[in-house]
Design a protein. Structure first.
Length: 416
């Protein structure tokens, strides 16, 4: 925002690190406030507090997405200044701190004794087998590869990318930047035949506003998922709900294939059926966001009820961190799968194969469904094992180290 184009890559990395750390700290503090009050819920009220808070988070994200699209489009605010607004607007939260009730806390014993007691409570929770089992399901589901980066690139990439110039008898680029300079010229010149050149259809050419609406509908899906869970599914059987959600999500994810399979003229299946591509892209994003919330909420509620007194924030942050690490590992797997199918920002010929893989991969998690509690009250198993705690630590540390290694290796390879 303020620095503009003069920022270097190390400074950009530092800025992203500080931003992420700040968001994580604020998120942990918010989660701690929620989890500390979960213990006061009973009967039909169990899970309502978290569901309501998640609903408000999703609604806030929806409003933020709307403003992010409307301000540049209708108020003609530059994207550079939008970064400044985003940074300054966070300061408004300071005025809301005065409304938070922060009970007086008195440390008993020394700092070392307090830390030891907190770690003891955390380890007690980690040693519970009923904590380990759903965490394995969460980690496995999060680490499944996805095609989101490739699919988003496919949506916004121009089409066609190349076309045969009969006068010059060569393949030329049809994509230009804002100054009119041809892009991907080297890619197009690599095709010596008119047939192969004219089959470089590229993506679907969605406009910036169309792409932002897809993100907006994703936020709507999050709100919808929270509402559906709160209204009808909070007391339902979790095994049936999880299985149905995974199957429906995989089926709708596979519907992306309608946008990827083209005829000789480059028309997608939806275009051949005289249906808009945009509608199919929107529907997939809403269903996936809704499914994600339906799968997350039961586990988050369960874990919040298992947090020991005095260590609520630590245990809950550990649970959400394991899910985040699983997602990071899933991002590495997604990159490997994308490279294996040779999908790039100009070559989408095998993106349909990538989609078949990623759509079916999450079905594997159905084999782990017995690890998930049957319902919201299924938390009576008090069995403990040190192997449970060690396995949770291994998932967190091992997944994080593996992801960081691959990220650093990729950065070094790109700079060499």
């Amino acid at each position: 925002g303020i620095v503009g184009d003069s920022i270097s890559f190390p400074l950009l990395a530092l800025q992203q690190f500080c931003t992420t750390m700040g968001q994580v700290l604020v998120g942990v503090m918010c989660d701690t406030l929620i989890v500390e009050n979960v213990k006061y819920e009973s009967g039909a009220q169990v899970g309502r507090l978290q569901t309501n808070c998640q609903l408000m988070f999703a609604a806030g994200g929806l409003l933020g997405t709307l403003l992010s699209g409307w301000l540049p489009q209708y108020a003609h605010i530059s994207y550079t200044f939008m970064f400044v607004i985003t940074g300054i607007s966070k300061l408004v939260l300071l005025f809301l701190v005065v409304f938070l009730h922060d009970p007086t806390w008195k440390r008993e014993g020394t700092i070392g004794e307090s830390a030891s007691a907190t770690w003891g409570g955390v380890w007690e929770s980690m040693s519970l087998i009923r904590v380990l089992k759903p965490l394995i399901f969460i980690f496995a589901f999060a680490m499944m590869p996805n095609n989101s980066d490739a699919f988003n690139t496919y949506l916004i990439q121009d089409h066609p990318i190349c076309a045969w110039d009969t006068a010059a008898n060569q393949c030329i680029s049809m994509v230009t930047d804002d100054s009119g300079t041809p892009q991907y010229q080297a890619h197009c010149l690599s095709f010596a035949s008119e047939y192969n050149c004219d089959r470089q259809w590229g993506g679907l050419g969605f406009s910036d506003s169309m792409f932002s609406y897809i993100g907006l509908l994703g936020s709507v899906g999050s709100v919808l998922g929270n509402f559906i869970f709160k209204a009808w599914l909070i007391n339902a059987g979790w095994h049936i709900m999880f299985a149905s959600t995974v199957v429906i999500a995989c089926a709708f994810s596979a519907m992306q294939l309608f946008l990827m399979i083209r005829n000789e003229a480059g028309e997608t299946l939806t275009e051949q059926w005289h249906l808009p591509n945009f509608a199919f892209a929107l529907g997939d994003d809403v269903i996936m966001a809704t499914a994600q919330q339906l799968l997350n909420m039961p586990i988050l509620i369960l874990m919040a009820r298992l947090c020991p007194a005095g260590a609520e924030g630590t245990v809950y942050a550990l649970v959400t961190s394991i899910q985040g690490v699983g997602g990071t590992v899933g991002g590495v797997f997604s990159k490997v799968a994308t490279q294996s199918f040779e999908v790039t920002n100009v070559n989408f010929s095998r993106i349909w194969e990538l989609t078949v893989l990623t759509s079916s991969a999450k079905m594997i998690c159905l084999l782990l469904l017995p690890l998930v509690p049957r319902n919201i009250t299924d938390n009576q198993d008090e069995r403990k094992s040190p192997w449970s705690g060690l396995t949770i630590c291994a998932l967190f540390v091992g997944g994080l180290v593996y992801a960081l290694y691959n990220i650093v290796a990729s950065l070094l390879a790109s700079t060499s």
